[in-house]
Design a protein around this ligand. Structure first.
Ligand code: MN
Length: 244
């Protein structure tokens, strides 16, 4: 099972969740929200098998953590994955838009300068803008749009640009999510949870709840959950060989 977007460091008991991921053999991409959180998350994960840590600067924190871009650039050469990064066009974040854009552009540029990275990207209410920035910065690496919720038109553009997608429990249950998944190339889809921010049955989603997304994909693709799991795994293996 694969959870390609999880905030492992933000669970109440991250060590216990990590141990359960190891015993359940879940692949986890532990995204971070600030460059200063990277070291702690990396220390938490240690040498855990199948768990990777991404270097991020979440759009919600872009303005207050602008100063951490120096640390971002310093850490970037040693990481394979970047995330969570991106743009958020929600009304309550509008006043931070200029900083968000500056941070995202900086991140893409830096990623390009080190030869490209695999990036888990947030695009809530900003799919069009995220796609436009990616288009402006080819060579930044492989964008994996997490929890895509934009228009079908922007989705088609994202697909043309070579974007990948990570699909979580909520997406397979909403009409717009399902319509989007139907357009996405099957060989560029991964599963995710976005835990602990997403809840499943009044509890934070755990990485193994990626299974809910697997079941949803099995329904849409009219195949078995095992087939889905196999495809997602094949996709991940291919993705990891696409960037240095
Ligand atoms: Mn997230």
């Amino acid at each position: 099972m694969i959870d390609f977007h999880c905030h492992l460091d933000l669970y109440r008991e991250p060590k216990r969740i990590l141990e359960e991921c190891i015993s359940r053999r879940v692949f986890v991409l532990a995204v971070t929200t600030t460059p200063s959180a990277f070291a702690g998350t990396k220390a938490l994960v240690g040498e855990a098998p199948r768990v990777r840590v991404a270097l991020g600067l979440h759009p919600e924190l872009a303005r207050e953590r602008l100063g951490e871009l120096t640390l971002f650039d310093k850490l970037l050469p040693e990481v394979k994955y970047v995330g969570e990064v991106g743009l958020d066009g929600s009304l309550e974040l509008k006043h931070t838009w200029t900083s968000q854009l500056a941070v995202f552009r900086h991140v893409l540029n830096s990623a390009r300068n080190v030869g490209g990275r695999i990036m888990s990207i947030h695009s809530r209410r900003a799919a069009k803008e995220v796609v436009a920035e990616l288009q402006q910065c080819p060579g930044a690496g492989i964008p994996v749009l997490h929890w895509y919720s934009g228009s079908q038109r922007d989705l088609k553009l994202a697909i043309e640009l070579g974007c990948w997608f990570s699909v979580g429990p909520a997406m397979v249950k909403s009409k717009s999510g399902i319509d989007s998944i139907k357009l996405m190339p099957k060989d560029r889809i991964l599963t995710e949870t976005d835990g602990p921010f997403v809840t499943v049955k009044d509890e934070p989603a755990y990485p193994w709840d990626a299974e809910i997304a697997e079941h949803g994909l099995a329904r849409l693709w009219e195949c078995s959950v095992l087939d889905v799991r196999r495809s997602i795994r094949t996709n991940l293996l291919r993705l990891t060989t696409m960037c240095a």
